[in-house]
Design a protein around this ligand. Structure first.
Ligand SMILES: *Cc1c(COP(=O)(O)O)cnc(C)c1O
Length: 476
């Protein structure tokens, strides 16, 4: 593509993006296509001849958009948000344009150093333990996802628990990992991939009221495994569980782990961003006792996917487990020991220049702008919870200190299932979980463009549908 055409098409695409963003509010959130619809709209074979860019952009409208669920809609209240922002979109474009591979410091020093610097900025912004800063034995790195962060944490824990033996001869020691049943599914996946095995993942009971891990039960489980000759390798505690934003008591868990030499990984994938605000930093109480910690700027810090921030208090086990230096990657900087080579901190070799997204987002909004976002979402959620609580048909089964409100009709699963379907048919998007075995709706408020009028409208629809009223024209 010539430079001239690139400018032309690039401007057209940016215009397209701006119009899309402006139109989000009018679009039903959930895609209504059926399985196979998108493929049926595509030609069977790749084009033999080059096609004009205009045709491509046109097909984005006709083929792709109908099959898109609009995660960036202000009416998207499902799962957790994956909020994107204009500065992050532009940084992503820049990253793609530079096209660097940041596997080694030497393969693009700015990619590594900007990343290290952003991770140190975040330590300060979130008031995380100074042990996570890169100027000591610890440090931070961007992973693609919290799932990868948990996996590398468990691999580091495995390395430490077996003193490197697992790396040399495979996992032969009876390693055990602990998490609550409310922990994310990526924990079990990581346990499998790390060769520890699902049967060696202990499900530690939770307090039925808060769904937080019971530390006494954790201590008892670890001690029973120790007595039986097994090796407790890691505990994964969650700060803000996916189902309900429950908070495991990290301080107590940390003491239990330290006394027994067990690695503590803290997964704050969603909730971690709340620590931008001093008044919400209670979520991280005890995190100074963790060996590793992660949160996802790609969920609630306006940095589009993918961007998980992961720290270790001591990098030696992580790098020890993942570092292999083949001849073709040897270089003076690595040998000098003066640089970080992030390939040793992650599963793949190659890595994108993702720090640009954080740099653009943090500078564009400033810390105060990011705090304002978090605060507004938390305030909207509290307001929403107040409306739900005041309505006799509904109940709120668990605490909702941040921006997720779990709620349900008192009447039972069938009614809740029907309500959820009807709400989602109306153009909003909510998702569900189970609390105490009962189907429960989740209202996660964290969209970049979600304002009070969107939450008010959502409640109007939910409330009306719960009473069998047909929704008025939902959107627009
Ligand atoms: C969303 C979530 C994850 C998974 O995040 P990915 O970045 O998609 O891997 C892990 N843990 C918790 C608590 C989550 O909420």
């Amino acid at each position: 593509m010539s430079a001239e055409d690139f400018r032309l098409h690039g401007y057209a695409l940016v215009d397209w993006i701006a119009e899309y963003v402006a139109s989000l509010e009018e679009r039903p959130v959930r895609s209504e296509v059926r399985p196979g619809d998108v493929r049926r709209a595509l030609p069977d074979h790749a084009p033999e001849q080059p096609e004009p860019f205009e045709a491509l952009l046109g097909d984005v409208d006709t083929v792709v958009l109908p099959g898109v669920t609009h995660w960036q809609s202000p009416y998207f209240f499902g799962y957790f948000p994956a909020n994107a922002s204009e500065p992050a979109i532009l940084a992503e474009l820049l990253s793609a344009s530079l096209g660097v591979q940041g596997m080694l410091w030497a393969t693009s020093p700015a990619c590594t150093e900007l990343e290290t610097h952003m991770m140190d900025w975040l330590v300060e912004m979130l008031d995380l333990p100074t042990a996570f800063r890169s100027d000591g034995p610890g440090g931070g790195v961007i992973q693609d996802s919290a799932s990868s962060a948990t996996l590398v944490a468990l691999i580091a824990a495995r390395e430490r628990a077996t003193r490197g033996a697992a790396n040399r001869r495979g996992v032969r020691d009876p390693l055990v990992v602990y998490a609550s049943p409310e922990a994310h599914s990526s924990v079990e996946k990581a346990v499998r991939i790390a060769g520890i095995g699902s049967e060696n993942l202990r499900s530690v009971p939770v307090d039925p009221g808060t769904l937080a891990m019971d530390p006494a039960a954790l201590a008892a489980a670890i001690d029973a495994d120790l007595a039986a000759g097994r090796i407790p390798a890691a505990v994964v505690a969650t700060v803000g569980t996916t189902g309900t934003t429950a908070f495991d008591p990290v301080a107590e868990i940390g003491d239990i782990c330290r006394r027994r030499g067990v690695w503590l990984h803290v997964d704050a994938a969603y909730a971690g961003a709340a620590a931008l605000c001093p008044e919400l930093r209670w979520i991280n109480a005890g995190v100074e006792k963790a060996d590793s910690y992660c949160f996802n700027p790609h969920k609630w810090m306006l940095t589009n996917f993918d961007c998980d921030a992961f720290w270790v208090a001591d990098r030696s086990a992580l790098v020890g487990a993942l570092s292999i230096l083949p001849e073709y990657l040897r270089n003076e900087a690595t040998e000098s020991g003066a640089v970080i080579d992030y390939r040793d901190w992650q599963i793949p070799l190659g890595r994108r220049f993702r720090a640009l997204k954080l740099w653009f987002v943090i500078r564009h909004y400033g810390v105060s702008g990011l705090q304002a976002h978090v605060r507004s979402h938390v305030a909207l959620a509290q307001e929403f919870a107040g409306w739900v609580e005041a309505d006799d048909l509904f109940e709120i089964p668990v605490p909702h200190p941040l921006s997720l409100v779990c709620f349900r009709l008192r009447s039972g699963d069938d009614d809740n299932r029907e309500l959820l379907d009807r709400v989602n048919d109306s153009g909003l998007l909510l998702s569900h979980t189970r609390v105490g075995g009962r189907l429960t709706l989740r209202m996660a408020i964290g969209g970049t463009r979600t304002e009070s009028r969107h939450v008010e409208r959502a409640w109007e629809v939910i409330r009306g549908l719960a009473r069998g009223e047909a929704p008025a024209q939902m959107l627009g």
